[in-house]
Design a protein around this ligand. Structure first.
Ligand code: BES
Ligand code: MN
Ligand code: MN
Length: 462
């Protein structure tokens, strides 16, 4: 594979330009206003896979946005790698906080990315990362280095819960048959310390509505005499954590697996400086569940967070009013063994139980999914580890992430395959936030590393 370096050097500016073109398309799955851009994006993904050398690339319709399926089968007897990624992105809001327009990709240097980073919504999550695979496969096909079969499955609804993909998996088991699933949609510790994500958290996302009186009321005439839905909602939310920041929902922790001391000690060896962490976020203290470190709190422990809260008057000036309704969106990050449907039910029951008289409660579940942990004693993990080791000159550390890719647990259930999470993003890349970016070094390093995974995996599989 020594010519991969020169292949990248020769094609570097084209690789960047092609990614920039994809980043100009506002493929926001959450907002139906962008349905046409989703269509344009789907066609662009199809074209990129054909250009890379896939023999067959289909835009597969679903009840939502289409899944792009592509394949290059060189010999059915050889192993098959299935690459998963998503072409949809999060909404760019709040737009005002972007230094450059979210869909006008801009290259700038940063302290962490001295070679420059591409700033755009989706740069890291996940256009830049799935496109590394397209370019790596292009290299392997063009230079006759593809050692096994490859299939692509790039979906358009990851950021809204992958609802259609679940049906797609069930309906296309044979077509999707593979030996291992490969995903770049996570991060690594730093550019000098690679890591492989070995765990993802599950998710239960709910919306709550508290209804009091049948209309908004004058806060002077009725204040103090009628339950105020906003006061009540905030009090109910506050009661969901105790003084140790444990979640108070009965049964919430019943299935949470306590990690053995040895494994926690192993985790604690990953490089991390609390001071730098606080400084990067401009906070003077961290916060969280008693008895656990910051890295444990955001990976092996479940959490409950309000993601949005609204109600009443929020416009200019003051309006003296008691609103009839108050609302909140709440996410619970779950760890393996916690079942997201069960947790959603426990939440719903508890939230109804703690409501005082005088209000009614409605809990609407949104999407969710199970967590995932990958073993490291598999050839898939070993091949990924060797691939990073050769291109980074350093052995990657296994690391459990706090984020969620709910479909990964379904891959195992429906397709029977394990997933390897080879992420090349950094936590500081600001995914889902204003000024999301992806380092050019990271992008090219990904393209360089991926072919080694194919090589080692195929060798070890034989
Ligand atoms: N790529 C992210 C998940 C991620 C990022 C995992 C970094 C680990 C490290 C994915 O696109 C995402 O944002 N997932 C959502 C869940 C989804 C159901 C909306 C999340 O984690 O909030
Ligand atoms: Mn993603
Ligand atoms: Mn995302």
């Amino acid at each position: 594979m020594n010519d991969i370096i020169s292949f990248i050097a020769e094609n570097k500016s084209r690789f960047i330009d092609e990614l920039v073109e994809l980043l100009k398309i506002p493929s926001i799955s959450a907002n139906p206003k962008y349905a046409n851009d989703m269509d344009i994006m789907a066609k662009a993904v199809q074209k990129s896979l054909l250009d890379a050398g896939c023999d067959l690339v289909e835009i597969c319709p679903t009840k939502g946005y289409p899944v792009i399926y592509g394949e290059k089968i060189i010999d059915p007897k050889l192993p098959t790698v299935l690459v998963y990624g998503h072409y949809d992105v999060q909404p760019a809001d709040p737009i005002d906080l972007w230094d450059s327009a979210p869909f006008e990709p801009t290259i700038k240097k940063t302290d962490i990315h001295p070679d420059g980073a591409i700033f755009a919504r989706g740069a890291c999550d996940d256009k830049g990362q799935f496109f590394m695979h397209v370019k790596a496969v292009e290299y392997m096909i063009k230079e006759d280095q593809l050692p096994c079969n490859v299939k692509f499955m790039i979906e358009g609804e990851e950021e809204v819960g992958s609802e259609s993909l679940a049906d797609f998996l069930v309906a296309n088991k044979e077509k999707l048959r593979n030996d291992i699933i490969l995903i770049s949609d996570t991060g690594m510790i730093s550019n000098t310390q690679p890591s492989i994500t070995t765990g993802l958290r599950g998710l239960s996302y709910v919306e709550v509505e508290v209804t009091g009186p049948n209309r908004d009321l004058h806060s002077g005439l009725y204040g103090g005499a009628v339950g105020n839905p906003i006061n009540i909602l905030t009090k109910m939310i506050a009661s969901l954590h105790d003084e140790n920041n444990h979640i108070t929902i009965p049964g919430f922790y019943d299935k949470v697996e306590e990690l053995p001391k040895e494994e926690r000690a192993e985790m604690a060896k990953a490089p991390f400086t609390l001071e730098a962490y606080k400084k990067a976020l401009d906070i003077d203290a961290v916060y969280g569940e008693k008895g656990y470190s910051t890295n444990e709190r955001n990976s092996i422990r479940p959490t409950l967070d309000v993601n949005g809260i609204w109600g009443g008057y929020t416009g200019e000036g003051a309006k003296t009013v008691i609103a009839s309704k108050a609302y909140a969106k709440i996410s619970m990050r779950l760890v393996p063994n916690q079942d997201w449907n069960e947790i959603t039910n426990l939440f719903t029951k508890h939230f109804n139980n703690i409501a005082p008289k005088g209000v009614t409660i409605k809990v609407t579940p949104h999407h969710g999914g199970q967590g995932y942990v990958t073993p490291i004693d598999t050839i898939g993990y070993q091949a990924a580890s060797k691939a990073y080791e050769i291109t980074f000159g350093k052995k990657p550390i296994p690391q459990r992430s706090g984020g969620s890719i709910p479909i990964v647990s379904l891959f195992e259930k429906e397709l029977g395959s394990k997933t390897i999470l080879m992420g090349f993003g950094l936590d500081s890349d600001a995914i889902h936030s204003p000024n999301e970016h992806f380092g050019i070094w990271n992008y090219l390093k990904g393209i360089e590393t991926i072919p080694y995974f194919y090589k080692y995996y195929t060798e070890m599989k034989e």
